[in-house]
Design a protein around this ligand. Structure first.
Ligand code: GN1
Ligand code: MG
Length: 361
């Protein structure tokens, strides 16, 4: 596809390593807008992104975090056997890591990692193990970087009681009667009010230390090479101080739902057979970072992450789709229903999942 004028204007402000010859929008993310730009010479491709200012209140913080993170990982000199890749930033013509356009938006460009792709769903235990190992290594590599050096890119992120409060406020202000589907979501969430605070209470008690975590380690953010080995964890905008348990639980929420986030009602279930190798791979790398009391919470944390995302999609649907981008009206309601059904499936297997969380690795 030819390069749209909006993208061409941004590219003109970057110190491109080679001329841009084509461009296409990248689907997938719900928040930022992304384009894949083809170059006439190495590195052949770059991912150009417009950070959504409605979601990230201070996008400059994200860029400072990204720079710290890249420098930290580069200074570690990871052994070549790890094959790990952090997408490199392409600087703006003036040398900065990003570019601001006249409308106040922040754009940044990252070198596309060659020969790498994500998985829509996992097809083997080996791949599932790779997913866990990839997240585990990421946590270990970040463990000696002081979390206070990174700004919190999204204050209140993963504060589940806050999302419940938002959801209830939107429901209270909602003028029209609810559809049957909306009423189902409302009732589902209301029945779980009592469990929403579990992780947040443990965090406030100090049962879990604040560490650097990814923030959005869903399956689509893990890149594999052609041999099926995980070689990158991308989408680093949410990296910041937080809890490791949110990352592991969110990764399981995403990777063990083979029907995906856009599945229709009745299609979704949580596959414990995928959770086992993910947790094996994860704890083989990162068990040293975890206390027993944190591992005991893992079983309930996974269901909470699905419930939390379900509440976020539902509230956004009722509020008019302001946060998560949609292609058609009702898409966020469908996503909400899928996450809530996933939460129910996880709850039904919580005991077994909890055992796995405490024994794996
Ligand atoms: C959002 O933009 P994207 O798709 O990478 C969201 C995550 C959700 C995820 C669900 C900043 O991420 O929290 O888990 O959608 N990111 C933000 O697909 O809210
Ligand atoms: Mg993301």
């Amino acid at each position: 596809m030819p390069i749209p004028p909006e993208v061409a204007a941004v590219l003109a402000g970057l110190a491109l390593p080679a001329p841009a010859i084509a461009c296409r929008p990248l689907a997938g993310g719900h928040i930022n807008r992304s384009f894949l730009v083809e170059l006439a010479a190495p590195p052949w491709g770059l991912v150009l992104q417009r950070i959504n200012p409605g979601v990230f209140p201070e996008p400059v913080r994200i860029m400072a975090n990204l720079r710290l993170l890249a420098d930290h990982l580069a200074a570690k000199g990871l052994p070549p056997a790890q094959r790990w890749q952090v997408p490199a930033l392409i600087p703006a013509a003036g040398g900065a890591d990003y570019l601001c356009t006249a409308d106040g938006a922040l754009w940044r460009a990252l070198v596309q990692i060659p020969d790498a792709g994500h998985r829509e769903r996992l097809t083997s235990s080996q791949e599932a193990r790779e997913v866990g190992a990839c997240l585990g290594r990421f946590h270990v590599w970040l463990a000696d970087l002081d979390p206070r050096l990174l700004a919190d890119p999204l204050p209140g992120f993963h504060d589940t009681p806050r999302y419940l409060a938002d959801c209830e406020a939107v429901l209270a202000a909602h003028p029209a009667p609810l559809s049957a589907e909306e009423a189902w979501c409302q009732a589902f969430i209301a029945r779980r009010r009592h469990r929403v605070g579990r992780l947040e209470e443990a965090r406030r008690r100090g049962d879990m230390p604040v560490r650097l975590r990814h923030g959005d380690p869903k399956l689509a953010n893990i890149l594999f090479d052609r041999q099926g080995r995980a070689l990158a964890l991308i989408d680093l905008d949410t990296v910041g101080p937080g809890l490791l348990i949110h990352d592991v639980a969110d990764c399981l929420r995403s990777a063990c739902n083979q029907a995906g986030e856009g599945a229709a009602a009745g299609e979704v279930s949580f596959d414990l057979g995928i959770a086992a190798p993910i947790l094996e791979g994860y704890f083989a790398e990162a068990s040293g970072l975890w206390a027993d009391q944190e591992r005991q919470l893992l079983g309930s944390a996974v269901g909470l992450m699905a419930l939390e995302l379900g509440m976020r999609f539902f509230a956004d649907h009722l509020a008019g789709d302001c946060y998560f981008r949609v292609c058609h009206a009702g898409a966020n309601l469908r996503r909400a229903r899928a996450q809530l059904e996933l939460a129910a499936s996880i709850e039904a297997q919580e005991e077994a999942l909890s055992r796995l969380g405490q024994t794996a690795g």
